[in-house]
Design a protein around this ligand. Structure first.
Ligand code: SF4
Ligand code: SF4
Length: 241
């Protein structure tokens, strides 16, 4: 079986619902951090893998007084889904290396630059370039069928295969539900532009501060997720995620 089919089947059998290949040549002018630029100059391809969140778990956090639902959401995202994604990307990277290429699995959720709140590499950029969706006004990856109710993993590699076309769908349009719903006022409402830094659209420190002060310290749960819950595209999700 050819390598592309092999790794796609591997990811899907392990629970992924989205698989795409991005040509990183298109990302050369859009690297958001110097480290990302270094990775882009080393690897030609990003393999993007999306794992859906369970619909009922996300729906339940719309009631912000339901702290059991919020606690369950946090556990689902960070303790259940993120480790599953890391398992998938590690397995995919292993299969690519076995085939004679280089591969780097980017962690599902790991901040490497604490002052700037950035990870190793943007999963959203990889998924967008692979054609799997757009980056919304909430700075999350929005899929047409599940909205932002998907968590992402990425494998960087020098294996080159036919890449997807960057998503150019209708995007958020006039909607600004996530912007008006954010209790921290973290979003500016500006649409994504790959040439602008994230801070033009979002103050990530406001989100972090809210989650720490209003949620963790006051109610004991370090989570919010309203910008995921309210997006109308996510309300189309199927019952099983
Ligand atoms: S998680 Fe909550 S506080 Fe943070 S950006 Fe989303 S809606 Fe705002
Ligand atoms: S809630 Fe509306 S503005 Fe926010 S990401 Fe979803 S579609 Fe875009």
């Amino acid at each position: 079986m050819e390598l592309r089919q092999k790794i796609k089947r591997m990811a899907m059998e392990m629970g992924a619902a989205y698989f795409g290949i991005a040509d990183l040549e298109q990302a050369k002018s859009g690297a958001t951090t110097p480290y990302e630029g270094k990775l882009i100059s080393r690897y030609q391809t990003a393999i993007s893998i999306g794992f859906p969140l369970l619909k009922d778990i996300v729906d339940a956090i719309g009631d912000t007084d339901d702290l059991f639902a919020l606690s369950n959401y946090r556990y689902h995202v960070y303790e259940v889904v993120n480790p599953r994604i890391n398992d998938i990307t590690l397995s995919v990277a292993g299969a690519i290396i076995q085939a004679g290429y280089q591969a780097l699995a980017v962690p599902a959720s790991h901040t490497v630059d604490a002052p700037n709140l950035t990870g190793l590499f943007s999963h959203k950029m990889a998924a967008n370039l692979a054609g799997l969706g757009w980056i919304g006004k909430n700075c999350l990856m929005i899929t047409p069928d599940r909205g932002p109710r998907v968590r992402w993993g990425t494998v960087l590699t020098d294996f080159v295969d036919q890449a997807g076309t960057p998503y150019t769908g209708k995007g958020c349009g006039g909607c600004d539900l996530c912007v008006s719903s954010c209790p921290a006022g973290a979003f500016t409402g500006r649409s994504f532009d790959q040439h602008e830094p994230r801070k033009v659209r979002m103050d990530a420190h406001k989100c972090l501060q809210y989650i720490w002060q209003e949620r963790k310290q006051k109610v004991g749960i370090e989570a919010c997720g309203l910008c995921v819950q309210v997006c109308p595209f996510g309300h189309k999700s199927k019952a099983m995620g």
